[in-house]
Design a protein around this ligand. Sequence first.
Ligand code: ATP
Ligand code: MG
Length: 420
Amino acid sequence: MAISAIKGMNDILPGDVETWQFLEQKVREVFGTYGFNEIRTPVAEKTELFCRSIGETTDIVEKEMYTFLDKSEKNSLTLRPEGTAPVMRSFIQNRLHALDPVNKLYYMGPMFRYERPQKGRYRQFHQIGAEVIGVENPMIDAQLLAMLHHYFCEIGIEAVQLQINSLGCPACRPAYRQVLISYLESRLDNLCGDCQRRYQTNPLRVLDCKVSSCKESTTDAPSVLDHLCGECEEHFDAVKRHLCTLDIPFVVNARMVRGLDYYVRTTFELVTDQLGSQNAVAAGGRYDGLVESLDGPALPGIGFAIGVERLVLMKGEAKVPARRPDLFIATMGQEAADKAFVLMSQLQRTGIRAEMDYQGKSLKAQMRRANKLAARYSLVLGEQELQSGEADLKDMDQSTQQKIVLSELVDLMGKLRASA
Ligand code: ATP
Ligand code: MG
């Protein structure tokens, strides 16, 4: 039996890959404009990195990681479930803070989580992420969100809502956590099994639970926003003010908590109603203590990650079309094929996408293929054309043709493409 791919891990085929390339190209353009540089880290890291940063009681570390011992049977490795921890590990290891007090980095690549595969949720999926390390000023929170908003405008996805919240900091969150635990204690019977288990270890997660009984029984839960310390409140107010100044639309969602332990203060999600229960297209927040907790310098940080598969699903019908050939050269006879082969190679050298037939097909079959590939122009080369040095260049879109001199074909195609 033929071998198939691993469940939850997908191929990205021609026809779809053009959309991926478009999304990636726009990342380079937009993120580049905001001064971000790309960083590439390995897909596997020491398991410890994720346990220490993401948190032992999170869904990711508790049940979603691809963890294995390598051949030495001494090293526990994990396929990265997210991008922030590896970027911080690299940042510290390579002492990037010594080169520049402010680091703006972005990454794109596959992430791995052992989840139940379904629409918008896979075991290998891709994230586009950005991180700013070294700035505490709430202006950078707003700037990062402005960049995210700008990116979504550029890629033509508008059906998203920006939700923001503040999760407080180590000074104010413990007190809120206690208030929440007491509140949950009186409603334990109505909570799902997961929440009954985690209300002590990770009570904020209960607010985020998708189970309806958990939602219903916590509608009047105390709000984290009523328990922020003065500094966190000031920070959150400033973020909202800057977003308003920049005309970035948002709503405050006091129940939004993120599934990773390292978040403090500003957190946010871009949500859509187009993807069923997989409603978050992008998410992120501030992680001021993270770099220090990984034995790096005490520098603040903030970042986000976009789920690329979910972007592609949202693009739906508006997928980016495959690139069409500029010219298809159809041939009759071996001599014409030899000539076409040289012409095609010359054209390709100048950046013109030229195609021909290699299989000795009939002229009719070759023209069918030219049509199928949606070639912009076509040209038939036979004995007569070789002798006269002239041929008819057919404009396949307009159904018109013009006589051309074969020796001028490369120049002419260059001009036609430039004016297209
Ligand atoms: P969700 O609530 O959907 O599980 P999450 O909170 O686990 O998301 P993050 O860790 O914040 O997600 O990752 C950021 C983004 O990556 C998500 O908003 C989503 O678009 C995407 N993402 C996360 N997990 C998956 C997955 N298994 N398959 C596809 N995309 C994913
Ligand atoms: Mg998840």
